[in-house]
Design a protein around this ligand. Sequence first.
Ligand code: NI
Length: 226
Amino acid sequence: MLLHIPAVFSREEVTRIREALEAAAWIDGKVTAGHQSAKAKNNLQLAEDSPLAKEISQAMLERLWNNPLFMSAALPNKVFPPLFNCYRSGDDFGYHIDNAVRQVKNSVERVRTDLSSTLFFSDPEEYDGGELTIQDTFGVQKVKLPAGDLVLYPASSLHKVAAVTRGERYASFFWTQSLVREDSQRSLLFEMDNAIQQLSRDLPEHPSLTQLTGTYHNLLRRWADV
Ligand code: NI
């Protein structure tokens, strides 16, 4: 399942973040790539321990933890801290599948990468190319969202960032370990939660709501690992 979550940051917030990103010191993106994907990766990245990366990451995760759409779709357990990248004209990242388990820098913590998220900090008109291209069960999806918006997709999918041919593409991405490992089970729960939310708006007094909500939680109890 591919999900678009709009306006994680407002226009004003995006403008401020962009100014900070444009003034930041960038390093070669290969430092966080696995052996195999380093060959395919041509971009710039903020150092993982850069204070700016930490500051924006914290704001981003706070925002997402209060976002009902993200919470319902991702059912997050823990995340690998967001990374920030910049693709200039000529940069790209060829097809790859992300490593399954990531070790958090300077920590014993490991994160299983069930879901990937990309948050765009450049608007589509600012650059050509640079589409996040994902092969999912329904074919190839090309994603290029307004600045401040996020796309959530299964980290098990083959994906690439197409070459940027004009301008600069700023974005952040991070991995989430979900309470529910299987994409198909997570999708079922997401659809069920949406239906329950809709029903509780339209027919708040309906007696079946209690049973349906209970069934949602009993499925989550069966599938969640914490
Ligand atoms: Ni990737």
